[in-house]
Design a protein around this ligand. Sequence first.
Ligand code: F6R
Length: 589
Amino acid sequence: MCGIVGYAGRGCAAQELYSGLKKLEYRGYDSAGISTVCNGSLYTVKRSGRVEGLQSSLGCLAGSAGIGHTRWATHGEANDSNAHPHVCGRFALVHNGIIENYAELREELRAAGHTFLSQTDSEVIVRLIDSCYGGDILGAMRLACARLKGCWALAVLCAAFNGFAVARRGSPVIVGVGRDGCYAASDIYALAGRAHSYCVLGEGDMALVTAGGIQVFNGEGEEIFPPFERVTERFAEVGTDDCPHYMLKEIRENARTMRATCKKFLSSVDVCALSARLSSADKIVLVGCGTAYNAALAGARILGWACDCPVSACIAGEARYDPPSFTKNSVCIAVSQSGETADTLRAAEIARGAGACVIAVTNVGYSAVTRIAHTVLPVCAGAEVCVAATKSYIGQLVCLHLMAAGARIKERAECILKLADEVEKLASDGEYASTIAKLCARSRAVFFLGRGCDVEVAVEGSLKLKEVSYIFSDGYPAGELKHGTLALVDETVLSVVLVCDEGLADKCLNAVEQILSRRGRVAVITTLPRVAERLKGRVQAVWLLPPAPFHVACFLSATALQLIAYRTAVLLGRDPDKPRNLAKSVTVE
Ligand code: F6R
């Protein structure tokens, strides 16, 4: 959600910043911009659209220090004037976050004679910094930040300084040292291949970055010396390999994620301590947003079977304002790919503040949620570049299943590893996914239905389809259809029905019959040969998946639904890697 970069070194700042922004584009692609400083002057290029749109103007950006931004619009539409950097006097600024009191500050600055050039909340920050400046950049930033409410990661350029400054509260900033200079960015992947060591700035910290090095200061302005870690190969730049899109490549990495997450869990998690914590809990609440929430929903079901206490899943954005009544015996499981989602972090902080034990399930080992959590369960999906979460969801499911397995963890891990081989074969399927994708692409709306464990997979399948194809869709229990939604079913609507639980299969088939009687179209995805046999020729498509115990069939069915969403997006000419209006890592509320 907005990406910021900074560079000060011996190289060409514009090129360095451009290449950093390309890697951060998953955080937003409404507009992009770069400012550089050279011999006491600032140079700025910014425009709406993707980072690539800056390439032809890089030659206008002189200097070896600068800052850059790729935007996901919050305040003000995606046009050139709302693009960052915002410039005022001798300062240029890029911002990731939201300033909640910007309207009051804007009025105050207007009264003091400022003329605003954008509709953004961010412009008030650069104007405040300029008004507070008396020769000390960090001093001015500190005074300005003290006036702000909300969250921010800032990179600031000053015409009088051949470097840049960064500050953070609530949004991430990583600083790094490389052979050719020093860097800052919203995530470590933007530094990969350039920095050899990095440090994640702490909450409220600031840093001054020049070609010669990085000085870090705490919120009181005292210099501090946090440790720098080595940038390892696992952060190396990732390509799409032979796939046309990251989304397909990442779905094909589901099996690898299952194996790596299992291995890491078994080798690094203190399973006895974890089981003891869960079995002594008075309640377990899983929190997350979007796909991570859908994983939390699945986790709540399986943990509910395994634990004696009440287990529930809560949308993190709701939990933060109406938190469950946590006690010191409660457990909060925060599920987040990025580990930076503002709503999830706040929900986890509230749980921790109430004395609950916080367990993070995350794909990013250095992320903010790991600093809130008492225990971290690593998802080993590697970099997920596509904005739509796929392999990270599969990794989250692995962690939650292993967590719920208790003493039978070895058995569960073996079962998951066996399924990984099937998932690998499935992910290379073109035929069935394409058949169902063609049906989706021709539909006014698509419903994803299932019963039991299939419900949560259906809900996630629906989110995946709507976000990458822009077709309206909904996912919920098949038995619920007749209580209202059946009114929407006609020949323009497709229902994708998951049937992976023999115990509930006949109930699910009732829903299929109800849809067919209303001339609705149906595609069935099942692990049960008898269901496939019975429906062949009666419904538009039947995809028979390999057999799997019903409680772990999610790894197969979720992969199938991810493929269908991907193929539908491609058929409709959408960009599945960068769907409209979305961004990864939602660091604002
Ligand atoms: C959907 C998607 C989002 C994220 C959500 C939470 O494909 O990517 O719904 O799942 O924004 O993000 P994390 O998991 O980073 O907390």
